[in-house]
Write a protein that binds this ligand. Structure first.
Ligand SMILES: Nc1ncnc2c1ncn2[C@@H]1O[C@H](COP(=O)(O)OP(=O)(O)O)[C@@H](O)[C@H]1O
Ligand SMILES: [Mg+2]
Length: 264
């Protein structure tokens, strides 16, 4: 096994409905980011819940040479942090309170001064300093999504899981968040798996992609191998042109929806 992280034979079901079938993901080396693509209901969030350990099911999830089970509940909770698709609910709680309680519940071995500095750094990077003491109920959906990300980052995980981390953000913050994630990988290593719905952002920021369709991985590899017109037609039912940017990364231009009557 080369990479630090790999997934194979992964399944998941809700009651009798099987929603992930034999999922394998490209292995990740230190500092790499994997993008999970796929239309609505293809199983991205379910895959994320299998990776966090919230949801049981068959499969092998390996992180640093040990399976999820071998890490144990506590070990996995320390190594892995997720920003779920739904941001923290509007409430009277303030971002600062949530950050402190999250970090202290995890038992992070940091002094108060060290933790305060870490929280301030994260708030600065995410533009949350001005709302650190505002009740979540007064924040926009975008700001609450950034708080959700901050709560994952404060745990400083080995494996960071992001479920559509930019869905509520404007263009500036979409890029800023993904830039921050890449900077973090460069500076301190670690691994990121992110479900993304924007194909161009996925192509630009991810080292590897896996495309889910009806709970199965239809394509996986580096972005240029994965994002082909044929795949986009099969999975997203669009006719698309794929060109390359100056760094050789694919740029997708969707031209039209394929007529369902004529598709398949
Ligand atoms: N809590 C749940 N109970 C039953 N079915 C669910 C539940 N969550 C998701 N599903 C179903 O599982 C499939 C995959 O959903 P999901 O993982 O949320 O996909 P995605 O994140 O790609 O939109 C969908 O058919 C969805 O309806
Ligand atoms: Mg989802």
């Amino acid at each position: 096994m080369t990479g630090r992280f790999s997934v194979s034979n992964l399944g998941a079901r809700y009651g009798r409905a099987v929603v992930l079938h034999d999922v394998a993901l490209p292995a990740l080396r230190d500092g790499e980011m994997l993008g999970i693509l796929g239309p609505n209901a293809s199983g991205k969030s379910t895959l994320m819940r299998r990776l966090t350990g919230e949801m049981p099911g068959p499969g092998d999830i390996l992180l640093d040479g040990r399976t999820q089970r071998e890490h144990g509940r506590e070990g996995w909770r320390r190594a892995v942090a997720a920003a779920p698709q739904t941001p923290p609910a509007p409430s009277a709680l303030m971002p600062t309170e949530l950050m402190w309680s999250t970090a202290r519940a995890l038992g992070l071995a940091l002094s108060d001064a060290e933790l305060a500095a870490r929280i301030e750094g994260i708030f600065d990077e995410l533009g949350l300093g001005a709302v650190a003491l505002s009740p979540l109920a007064t924040l926009s959906g975008g700001k609450r999504q950034l708080v959700g990300l901050a709560l994952a980052l404060v745990r400083n995980p080995t494996l960071l899981l992001l479920d559509e981390p930019t869905s509520a953000l404007d263009l500036h913050w979409r890029l800023a968040v993904l830039d921050l994630v890449r900077r973090r990988l460069r500076a301190q290593g670690g691994l990121v798996v992110a479900a993304l719905h924007d194909l161009d952002l996925a192509a630009r920021y991810c080292d590897r992609l896996a495309v889910l369709h009806e709970g199965r991985v239809l394509a996986a590899g580096c972005p240029a191998e994965v994002l082909t017109p044929d795949l986009l037609a099969r999975v997203y039912r669009v006719e698309a042109e794929v060109s390359a940017d100056p760094e050789g990364r694919p740029v997708v231009r969707a031209l039209r929806a394929i007529d369902p009557g004529k598709g398949d």
